[in-house]
Design a binder for this molecule. Structure first.
Ligand code: ARG
Length: 608
């Protein structure tokens, strides 16, 4: 709707310019917003004020001029409210133009939802543009952490949003599978490990060996040198080093795959840091040749203009490359191979500095602008008892968290719906449990810290995954019971489109019924206005890299729906046109919840 109004204004400005009513100027960006208060309309724009400034005229008069033109255009569309896009167009000081939508346009949009179904909210905005999303990116031989879970869930939602908006999207799992730590690990495996034993519980054992290495190295610093040697061998493609490294990779990926499988997530690529190993020398050379980097005590660093950031270390004095070097190589490779419009990284708050340095360095290399790279920062996830510290060996195995969610959801299903078949209950528990964990990560702004509490995660009443799934199921069952098949609802579209809501109230014989009818209409209109806000919510949420906006929206939609359903008879309504219209609202609600949840990677259920 925002987009429709924006286009309309743009066209009218052009017409006014052609007619000489407005001077020639380049049309500025036209912002159409939702006003904070309903008395200011459904949408508002400040475009008249912007134009007035450009042409040096009075903002109020410019707004009047535009308003009159929009009014003429609006009236041309037909007599009476039903023929018009807007019920009312007002100018407010100092020069806002406020739009009040007509029922015609509201109902036309309702019909669009029912017609476009799973496609409702889609857009071609990103046509021809590629967006790379770098997410999940766990580390080999380390646990898949709760931060990686959040990155996986939020990253996937961002990926889905951009795809929905017509961008070509490429997901890349930038696995931590390279670096000096692998030299230490290989040394530790050879010295204290037993491959068969490790294979039984790989992550736990590998972490154990890594910790042991550090403990021993404290007593005997020579070990560090041993670790370095093994990493050197790995870099030089030594057979034994490569064999053990590959084993670590295989062990870890097997564990990670389990988690992706439970989450139902598949990432397009998993190139990993090791992929860039052959390109690292050239990166360092390029940085030195272009005079972006300098040598400093044997190391190579990228300093920033005016020292506004600490120097970016890209080669250590012992010659080893780093995480940073591989990230630079990844940018160069991705730019060449995919020509991305943007690269989005979903990574935790502890890497803010790294990405600032990286993006600026990329700009210094001449690889586009810093703003072409986005760090979507996620905050910490804490347990009510404090932070999870994997390094100290206090690992929470993520797989167990996910399984626990399913187990707890199973109990709820048992209570709510004991009559279901065993198999069905299990399936529902899985979808509800996993949906709940995902929603818990998604419903907060990525940057906020989350305190993980089961009561919140599985709350059936509050802003939670299960609550939305439950609303969906409930609405779906109304359609199921209606005996009017959905095809018929859609056929009846001309009917619900053109019966004016206020007309039905006026047609009531006595005023009390009229008031009550008006109250019901108010609920219907509120729901409808919420429904049509879906497409703009998707756009905003992608633009701000904030899937939480979709969550908020869906939660509000569910509340509007539940308020509507409590106050307005649907199945019991006797008048067939009203019944059809209300069923159409119910059907559209299920569709929009489904589309929204699907973008968040959450499934819906017909029964729950
Ligand atoms: N493996 C890293 C970590 O766990 C995250 C990698 C993020 N992606 C990137 N291109 N640096 O901290």
């Amino acid at each position: 709707m925002k987009e429709k109004i924006r286009k309309l204004i743009e066209n009218l400005i052009k017409i006014l310019q052609k007619k000489g009513k407005l001077p020639d100027f380049e049309i500025p960006e036209i912002l159409v917003e939702r006003p904070k208060e309903e008395i200011h309309g459904d949408y508002t724009t400040n475009v008249a004020m912007v134009i007035a400034k450009i042409i040096g005229k009075n903002p109020r008069k410019t707004a009047d001029l535009l308003r009159d033109r929009i009014k003429t255009e609006n009236t041309k569309r037909g007599k009476g409210e039903n023929g018009r896009l807007f019920k009312k167009i007002e100018v407010a000081v100092p020069g806002f133009i406020n739009f009040f939508l007509s029922q015609k346009i509201l109902f036309a949009e309702l019909a669009t939802i029912l017609k476009e179904k799973n496609r409702y909210g889609r857009n071609e905005l990103g046509k021809g543009k590629t967006v790379i999303v770098d997410y999940s990116s766990a580390n080999i031989a380390k646990p898949f952490g709760i931060g990686h879970l959040r990155s996986t869930i939020v990253g996937q939602a961002i990926y889905n949003l951009y795809k929905f908006l017509g961008y070509k999207t490429i997901g890349d799992n930038h696995l931590g599978d390279w670096g000096t730590q692998f030299g230490k690990l290989i040394y530790a495996i050879k010295k204290w490990g037993d491959e068969e034993e490790i294979a039984k519980e790989p992550i736990k054992n590998l972490v154990g060996l890594y910790v042991k290495f550090h403990q021993e190295a404290e007593k005997n610093p020579e070990l560090e040198e041993e670790g370095r040697k093994w990493f050197k061998r790995l870099e030089e493609d030594d057979k034994e080093a490569k064999r053990l490294w590959k084993k670590c990779l295989k062990w870890s990926l097997k564990e990670f795959e389990k988690i992706y499988k439970i989450l139902g997530i598949k990432i397009d690529l998993a190139l990993g840091e090791s992929f860039y190993e052959p390109m690292l020398k050239d990166i360092i050379k390029e940085a030195l040749d272009k005079k972006i980097a300098i040598k400093s005590q044997g190391a190579v660093v990228i300093p920033y203009p005016d020292d506004s950031l600490p120097p970016f270390l890209i080669r250590k004095s012992d010659g080893a490359t780093l995480y940073s070097t591989r990230d630079l190589a990844a940018i160069k490779y991705r730019r060449k191979k995919f020509k991305p419009y943007k690269i989005i990284y979903e990574v935790g708050v502890d890497q803010i500095l790294h990405f600032k340095q990286l993006f600026w360095a990329a700009e210094l290399f001449g690889w586009g602008k810093r703003d072409d790279y986005i760090h979507v920062v996620h905050g910490m996830t804490r347990l009510p008892t404090g932070r999870m510290r994997t390094r100290k060996g206090e690992m929470i195995l993520l797989e167990n968290v996910l399984k626990e969610a399913i187990k707890r959801a199973r109990k709820i299903v048992e209570k709510k719906n004991p009559g279901l078949k065993q198999k069905e209950k299990e399936k529902i528990a899985e979808i509800v449990g996993i949906g709940a964990v995902k929603y818990n990560s998604l419903s907060r702004r990525p940057l906020t810290d989350i305190i993980f509490k089961w009561e919140d995660v599985l709350n059936l009443e509050g802003n939670s995954g299960p609550y939305l799934q439950y609303t969906y199921t409930r609405a779906k069952s109304i359609i199921g019971k209606s005996k009017i098949d959905t095809m018929k609802i859609k056929k009846g579209k001309s009917e619900f489109s053109f019966v004016p809501i206020s007309g039905t109230a006026a047609g009531q014989p006595d005023s009390l019924t009229a008031v009550m009818a008006a109250g019901k209409e108010e609920k219907e209109i509120r729901l409808l206005k919420r429904l049509i806000k879906f497409p703009e919510t998707i756009m905003e949420s992608a633009k701000k890299y904030s899937p939480n906006l979709v969550c908020n929206y869906l939660f509000n939609l569910s509340q509007d729906f539940n308020a509507f359903y409590e106050a307005v008879p649907v199945l019991k309504e006797k008048r067939s046109d009203l019944k059809r219209r209300r069923l159409a609202l119910v059907e559209a609600t299920t569709q929009v919840i489904k589309n929204g949840l699907s973008l968040l990677g959450i499934e819906v259920l017909e029964k729950m």
